[in-house]
Design a binder for this molecule. Structure first.
Ligand SMILES: Cc1ncc(COP(=O)(O)O)c(C=O)c1O
Length: 411
């Protein structure tokens, strides 16, 4: 038997560093390397923020935030967080099981279950974890399920399905015929779970909920719906896209979050009481982590409650979205045909996309982050333009003129 010399820890570390350096260099060469822009958001001047350039502070109007309705700065939301900070301090102090359940956790879970018309809700530290952990537990509870997953599902859904260990069948994005063919190919009595999003965050497409609900009945399937980008923005009470279509009762389990329209952070699932309770008892990413701070939950609760009874923010958002889309089309820009509030402008090259974004910021004071691989496939790089309810008509028109000017100058 040949003896191998053990590799010293220093050498192992050198190998690790070399592998990381090779990866980073490759990303720089192929244009997928990411740079972050540190922002100082301005609470009473949303969607504007300061950023530093060469030691000086500049102001930018942000055109890529998921804070669609400006709720991160809403007076009720900020006051709720501030009061709880003063009353209870910052952290929750523990996992949900060990001293980290505040009465805000309980109140918010009850509010969410009622909002979606389901029996129970469970909070997670992010929407990502909510998807990953819940799907993981579903696989343990019912290993005989086959999951039918839309090909453009978010990474958190993909990882959750992988974690579940369930058999997975991928159907073409938003293709009802492909989904139906794949459902038909499965035994009629096999349990099935269709996993999809109500809005695909990089393209702005709606998931085909009416058709999927029809197929659900024809082929005896359950539905797990990610409403991350739908909650707050759609539906009379902000309950999301399925609710706006009168289909909430057809959805077996919803996932949502507070990081987008609610202007806070955190995620949740809602569904049948026993399923939610089993997730609570089984999901490692729920159990073994410090729970969300009460001040965040108080803010999220204020946001959910406000958007339940106020349409003002939604109306302003959709007026701005429609102005943005009209202006982009009028200037002949390569805007994707998106029916929702998410408005991607296709660029198709990572370096060009970054250069357009840099020029927009540097010369015009508009910030839109370039979206590159792995968020979108290579060659489909884009500017994911997000207008908020707080942008002014003037800002939107000026933004489109600047973008048109840069795109024309670089083509
Ligand atoms: C469709 C979808 N689901 C889930 C998530 C994760 O949500 P969170 O940011 O709360 O982790 C995102 C985040 O961007 C998303 O776009």
């Amino acid at each position: 038997m040949t003896q191998t010399t053990p590799v010293s820890s220093r050498n192992q570390r050198n190998v690790l560093v070399k592998a990381a350096a090779d990866f980073v260099t490759k990303a720089m060469v192929d244009g997928s390397y990411r740079t972050f822009l540190p922002l100082r958001r301005i609470a009473d001047d949303y969607p504007n923020a300061y950023f530093d350039r060469r030691g000086a502070q500049h102001k930018a109007s942000v055109f890529c935030s998921n804070d669609y309705l400006g709720m991160s700065n809403h007076e009720r939301v900020v006051a709720a967080a501030r009061n709880v900070l003063d009353e209870q301090g910052l952290g929750s102090g523990g996992s949900r099981n060990i001293s980290g359940t505040s009465h805000y956790h309980v109140e918010l879970e009850a509010e969410l279950a009622a909002l979606h018309g389901k029996e129970s809700a469970l909070l997670f530290n992010s929407g990502y974890v909510a998807n990953e952990e819940t799907l993981g537990v579903i696989g343990k509870l019912m290993p005989e399920i086959t999951v039918l997953s839309d090909s453009k599902n978010h990474r958190s859904l993909i990882e959750g399905i992988r974690k579940s260990g369930l058999k997975r069948v991928i159907f073409e994005h938003n293709s009802v015929s492909d989904l139906e063919a794949k459902l038909k190919a499965l035994p009629a009595d096999a349990p099935k779970l269709i996993v999809l999003e109500s809005i695909y965050s990089m393209d702005g497409h709606f998931g085909l909920l009416e058709e999927v609900c029809r197929l659900k009945h024809r082929h005896n399937a359950m539905i797990f719906l990610d409403e991350t980008h739908g909650v707050g923005v759609y539906g009379r009470t902000g309950a999301g896209v399925a609710d706006s279509l009168g289909l909430a009762h057809e959805i077996d389990m919803f996932q949502g979050g507070f990081g987008k329209a609610h202007g806070a952070t955190g995620g949740y699932v809602v569904g049948d009481r026993f399923v939610v309770d089993a997730v609570r008892l089984m999901a490692p990413g729920f159990i073994f982590t410090t729970s969300l701070p009460p001040l965040v939950l108080a803010a999220a609760l204020a946001s959910v409650r406000h958007l339940k009874q106020s349409n003002v923010e939604r109306e302003r958002l959709f007026a701005n979205v429609s102005l943005l889309k009209d202006e982009l089309r009028r200037h002949g820009l390569p805007v994707m045909d998106s029916p929702s509030h998410i408005v991607p402008v296709m660029i198709g090259d990572s370096f060009r996309c970054k250069s357009i974004s840099d020029t927009l910021l540097r010369e015009h004071g508009f910030y839109v982050q370039p979206i590159n691989f792995p968020s979108v496939p290579r060659g489909q790089e884009r500017l994911r333009v997000i207008v908020s309810s707080s942008h002014t008509e003037r800002e939107i028109r000026a933004f489109v003129i600047a973008l048109a000017h840069i795109i024309a100058a670089t083509s």
